[in-house]
Design a protein around this ligand. Structure first.
Ligand code: SAJ
Length: 415
């Protein structure tokens, strides 16, 4: 197998395409978005991610990675398109279906088709496999090979984790799994385990759900700690000194394109009602409202209150605002009549208005620290205090040191 066609040039498809192109394959990257295709075809990236530029430019300059809107005949087809969640909390498989439709006329005998997009169990077999089988009259597992290879990389560390993380590859049968394993082996240094299609689909969902449930637990503990007037941050720190305890951090909500979405895919087709998974999703989704209510209490007596929000990316040191709870907080605060100024030097593709540091801080009544970007460490607390009208910091990430904040004459509030 020498040629690979990858559908979806996003956060996962593009880095994967680069790695495969730099490790022996001729890769054709496909995207339905003209802007992305034009940019990549002229050597320009649309995603900010450490080390991505280097691997992309290598693949691009050596002619191993080409980008187009049109699928061509290949040995391997990899689908790496988004699977958002719909209003009814069910998976929106329209991009996966669209991608399968795009390749169905090209798949021929002995080709390998891989789904990477996080999907409800059964999607590889019943959606992707079915579309190809119906169209080609070829049988999955015998005439063509079918696999699910979920990505596990952390935004902000994508290239490192793409190479070093272990992978769990599901196959229609052993042959399909082994062939898919071989493709990833070209650049993955971690172990690659093989299993069935549905197990690997479920494993991916279980990983992200584990994190969501753990964060919901931390958020619930945070609320309880508040009643007891003890610090959740101390509780997490000390509890995690136990060798078998690892509580994650509470926060202003769970964002991003994975953890806030994937738990719904586990429960969407099951008979069991009232699941822990759904409860945890709802706890995490309620966080932006909890935070905005607390801010409203703090600023209760202030006329025409102005809030400076530091960081609206869904988490620290990334530029991605997808599913960011900050957007819900901004909406809530605006509805309550607050003037909200946004300072986020990491974010480049936000559709709303971003403000400068000065414009955000000048005469502000409260600084809300949402995403704990490293660059915020360089902004002195004295400068912050000097510019604000009323000096309040609400820290959702345990980012600031309370003593230092108070020494600068700022009132400090923390989850
Ligand atoms: N968060 C907390 N408390 C924490 C950790 C995170 O509130 O202790 C919040 C973050 O602020 C953020 C959200 O959760 O809003 C998700 O951040 P994250 O760093 O936990 O995860 P993602 O979404 O950036 O990446 C996850 C990873 N999954 C796991 O760690 C199990 C990554 O490995 C996956 O590849 C990725 O989802 C994905 O694409 O599925």
């Amino acid at each position: 197998m020498k040629t690979i066609c990858i559908l979806g040039m996003g956060y996962i498809g593009l880095p994967t395409a680069c790695m495969m192109a730099n490790n022996g394959y001729e890769v054709l990257g496909i995207d339905i978005n003209d802007g992305i295709v034009n940019n990549l075809s002229s050597g320009k990236l649309h995603i900010e991610e450490p080390d991505l530029e280097e691997v992309f430019l290598k693949a691009f300059k050596e002619g191993k990675l080409k980008v187009s809107k049109k699928v061509e005949k290949s040995d391997v087809y990899i689908i790496a398109v988004p699977t958002p969640v719909k209003e009814d909390d069910k998976a929106d498989l329209s991009y996966v279906i669209g991608a399968a439709e795009m390749i169905k006329d090209f798949v021929s005998k002995d080709n390998l088709v891989i789904l990477e997009s996080t999907s409800p169990p059964g999607t590889t077999r019943n959606v992707v496999g079915s579309i190809i089988e119906k169209n080609t009259k070829l049988a999955a597992g015998t005439d063509f090979h079918l696999a699910f290879c979920p990505e596990r990389v952390l935004p902000g560390k994508i290239i490192y984790e793409l190479v070093n993380n272990d992978r769990v590859v599901g196959g229609f049968n052993e042959k399909s799994a082994e062939l898919a394993k071989e493709v990833y082996r070209s650049f993955v240094k971690g172990s690659i385990y093989t299993t069935t299609l549905e197990t690997s689909e479920f494993v991916k969902l279980a990983e992200n759900t584990y994190r969501d449930v753990n964060i919901a637990f931390a958020n619930e503990l945070a609320d309880i700690c508040e009643e007891y007037k003890i610090s959740i941050w101390d509780v997490v720190k000390f509890a995690n000194m136990h060798p078998r305890v690892n509580i994650l951090n509470p926060g202003p909500g769970v964002g991003g394109h994975c953890i806030a979405i994937d738990p719904w895919f586990i429960i969407e087709n099951i008979r069991k009602k009232d699941t822990l998974i759904e409860k945890c999703r709802r706890i995490n989704n309620s966080r932006p409202f909890v935070i905005s209510n607390k801010i409203a209490e703090i600023l209760n007596n202030i006329k025409n209150p102005k809030i400076a929000i530091f960081g609206i990316a869904y988490k620290e040191n990334v530029g991605d605002t997808r599913e960011s709870p900050a957007l819900v907080i901004i909406d809530e605060l605006s509805k309550k009549g607050f003037e909200v100024f946004i300072y986020d030097p990491c974010v480049t593709n936000y559709k709303g208005k971003l403000n400068s540091l000065d414009d955000s801080l000048n005469d502000a009544d409260l600084l809300l620290l949402f995403a704990a970007h490293d660059t915020f460490k360089g902004i002195s607390l004295d400068l912050i205090a000097q510019k604000m009208r009323n000096k309040n910091i609400f820290d959702t990430r345990n980012f600031y040191n309370q003593d230092e904040v108070e020494k600068a004459g700022i009132k400090y509030y923390r989850i």
